[in-house]
Write a protein that binds this ligand. Structure first.
Ligand SMILES: NC(=O)c1ccc[n+]([C@@H]2O[C@H](COP(=O)([O-])OP(=O)(O)OC[C@H]3O[C@@H](n4cnc5c(N)ncnc54)[C@H](O)[C@@H]3O)[C@@H](O)[C@H]2O)c1
Length: 477
């Protein structure tokens, strides 16, 4: 029987328990292509320089609290506002700021689910950062741009194609940046590989792979046990659990796709053309719900629901005839994986462990090390130097350690430079999710991928200035 909300409530006896779970958002509303005409090309656009970057943060949960710490340690950043529906999350972040960055004195916004609008309405804020559950990203991003703010959102920027188009249209109309924070080829080994790609080491690029494999099921109980003292704040966030109910596809594309797309010059030289997507069955989540429901009533309503297949595999073909393979699995026991492989007609790079080959054999460690040194780009050298000068400094979780992309985002805003990842990249990487849901629902049928640049990809200048021709003037504290 297909589960809809009405018979689901009956089945699970939820009315008695007094709980409601959202079951299954429609896979996607589907304007695969839209008669959008580019109003203004945000690619290559540098907004007026900002001496200070005054930020309002919305969503101070696990990721958001770490971002407040990361961005606070970049020169020129002023933390103006923190907003979350749970005030304790703001309080603990402010306590940390008072100790480590006493000059920061943000205003708290809490209590109402629409308080974020007040933050966006303020005149003394330049950038809105968003780390809420996914369904709020596009509404907040659009509202923020409409109110004159640049946006830095966690992925995805939108959960439907309509939302992805909406952020593109709004960014073009308002000329406000919309940056999506995700893994990129600005960071770590991916930056070295991008440089090798650009210098022709791998020849013509043929194929790339990037995944989001992150075991959230088997590791330990912390992910599942409710912390009743801390506002029922789970290791496994309830909203994340709900996203996995009755949606089926690649729900988190951006960390895997971004570095590969950047290595293929997607949106500035090539474009994604079409894709197919197939999911396995679920072999773990429904069992996990039964197991957890035995010890915690909270999970009872989830017993018997459709969870998305554990493994989704999506294959994309680009206009220039390259292929990209992405996998997504957060619910089976296996080590994590993101950017994984790039191969061309002269060689290949593969991650974990990092390896390079130009034939059937992998190169030896010594040769690998010397290539790594030879191809480390300017942006990585500069960022490493600045980080060393500042000392390892603040933060003890990975979420709190400044990355090259954080640093470069603020550096570009302060220098009036185009951002390294723009609204077209954000929309495209996010759109792969609804497109994959649509393909999965039709047994892997091919779907066309919209061109959010409306043809400008043919003439856009190459993005990702890893040779740091401009800027690079911002320090870390
Ligand atoms: N870039 C990365 O590596 C990375 C890592 C983790 C999470 N994320 C992303 O960050 C986002 C948040 O994830 P998380 O793990 O921090 O989740 P979380 O549940 O810990 O945090 C979300 C926060 O949003 C708050 N919130 C909900 N509704 C709100 C509203 N109306 N107004 C203000 N605040 C509201 C919640 O109270 C919570 O504190 C997600 O988009 C996730 O995908 C990115």
């Amino acid at each position: 029987m297909k589960i809809n909300r009405k018979n689901f409530l009956k089945l699970a006896g939820l009315a008695a328990v007094g709980m409601v779970i959202k079951t299954g958002r429609a896979a996607s509303n589907l304007p695969f292509s839209k008669s959008h005409v580019q109003k203004f090309n945000m690619h290559g656009y540098g907004a007026p320089k900002l001496d200070k970057v005054r930020i309002g943060f919305i969503g101070i949960g696990s990721r958001g609290s770490g971002t407040v710490v990361r961005l606070s340690s970049i020169e020129g950043v002023e933390v103006k506002a923190l907003c979350d529906i749970v005030s304790e999350r703001i309080d603990s972040t402010i306590k940390y700021l008072k100790r480590e960055f006493p000059s920061q004195n943000p205003t708290s916004y809490s209590g109402d689910k629409d308080d974020w609008k007040e933050v966006c309405n303020r005149e003394d804020i330049d950038l809105i950062y968003i780390a809420t559950p996914w369904e709020l990203h596009a509404p907040i991003a659009v509202y923020a741009m409409e109110h004159g703010k640049h946006v830095y959102t966690e992925p995805p920027v939108g959960i439907t194609l309509e939302e992805c188009w909406q952020v593109v249209e709004t960014s073009e109309r308002t000329r406000k940046h919309c940056f999506m924070g995700c893994s990129s080829a600005q960071d770590g080994m991916a930056s070295v590989v991008l440089n090798m790609v650009r210098q022709g080491f791998f020849g013509e690029i043929i194929h790339g792979e990037g995944h989001y494999i992150h075991d959230r099921v088997s590791d330990n109980k912390v992910r599942w046990e409710r912390d009743k003292k801390n506002n029922n704040w789970f290791g496994y966030r309830p909203w994340r659990l709900q996203e996995n109910v009755n949606r089926n596809g690649n729900l988190y594309t951006t960390h895997g796709i971004a570095p590969v797309a950047q290595m293929m010059d997607v949106n500035y030289g090539d474009k994604m053309d079409y894709m197919v997507s197939i999911s396995s069955n679920d072999f773990t989540m429904s069992n996990k719900m039964k197991e957890m429901a035995e010890i915690d009533n909270y999970y009872k309503p989830y017993v018997g629901l459709n969870f998305r297949g554990n493994m989704n595999t999506t294959i994309i073909r680009t206009h220039k005839g390259r292929t990209i393979m992405m996998q997504h699995d957060i619910s089976s026991p296996r080590p994590g994986h993101r950017f994984d492989l790039i191969s061309g007609n002269k060689g290949i790079y593969r991650a974990r462990p990092d390896r390079i080959s130009t034939s059937e054999e992998w190169l030896g460690q010594e040769e690998f090390n010397s290539l790594k040194e030879q191809y480390t780009p300017e942006i990585t050298k500069k960022f490493d130097k600045i980080r060393k000068k500042a000392g390892e400094g603040h933060g003890n979780r990975s979420y709190e350690r400044v990355t090259a992309s954080d640093w470069r985002l603020i550096d570009c805003l302060r220098n009036g430079l185009p951002l390294e990842m723009d609204v077209y990249d954000a929309a495209l990487y996010s759109a792969i999710t609804p497109l994959s849901e649509s393909s999965v629902a039709r047994q892997g049928e091919s779907v066309k991928i919209p061109d959010f640049t409306c043809g400008a990809w043919k003439t856009n200048e190459r993005g990702m200035d890893i040779s740091l021709k401009q800027g690079g003037t911002t320090n870390l504290l």
